[in-house]
Write a protein that binds this ligand. Structure first.
Ligand SMILES: [Zn+2]
Length: 67
């Protein structure tokens, strides 16, 4: 037994979160990462999510507006 998997009865194996962006991108996180945003994604104040691509564009727009 070199690798250990959690038992099917573990609540974590059923944890699954799906994140969708307004551009149509969707990404699901399963297990211990469910509840955390995927790398690069951002959560907006209203609870919506931005994918890594849109988050980068948003940061650029904010930076451009500030300059
Ligand atoms: Zn997006």
């Amino acid at each position: 037994m070199g690798v250990a998997f959690s038992s099917p009865d573990s609540p974590y194996t059923r944890l699954c979160a799906v994140y969708t962006c307004r551009c149509g991108a969707a990404l699901s996180e399963v297990g211990r990462h469910a509840g955390d945003l995927p790398p690069g994604w951002e959560r907006l104040e209203d609870g919506r999510c931005l994918c890594a691509h849109c988050a980068e564009r948003r940061r650029d727009a904010i930076a451009a507006a500030a300059s």
